[in-house]
Design a protein around this ligand. Structure first.
Ligand SMILES: [Zn+2]
Length: 124
């Protein structure tokens, strides 16, 4: 049987699925997503310049968030929570009519930090 070339997105998703950690599923406007909070990231991910502490794979609807930095040390809990919010905002933007704003990283990060602040103040 001939080997088929995998797409970049599929490879990224495969990597996320290898992560050890807590998995949660959620729904956004009828789309099922999986959130994986990882205990560790792979050596391959540590070398990936695009992997900060989270990945959103919109095609496969999978989010991976690491609890450790690229050196393998624990991240502060506030940074983990902001990373989760950041990737959730990506998933929201990818699901609806604002998909064209999904690559606006400063905006996504600004919204994540704003929501984090409101959550910590008990507003939401
Ligand atoms: Zn991002």
């Amino acid at each position: 049987m001939a080997r088929t070339k995998k797409s970049k997105t599929a490879n990224k998703s495969d990597r996320i699925l290898k992560f050890q950690g807590k998995q949660t599923t959620f729904d956004i406007f009828g789309s099922k997503w999986k959130l994986i909070v990882c205990d560790a990231i792979t050596e391959e991910d540590r070398k990936d310049e695009y992997f900060d502490y989270g990945i959103t794979d919109g095609e496969n609807r999978v989010i991976g968030v690491s609890v450790k930095n690229k050196k393998g040390n624990d991240l502060p809990s506030n940074e983990i929570e902001i990373s989760i919010l950041h990737e959730l905002i990506h998933s929201i933007l990818r699901t609806g009519q604002y998909i064209n704003t999904n690559n606006d990283e400063p905006m996504v990060e600004f919204l994540a930090r704003s929501l984090y602040s409101l959550i910590k103040q008990g507003i939401i």
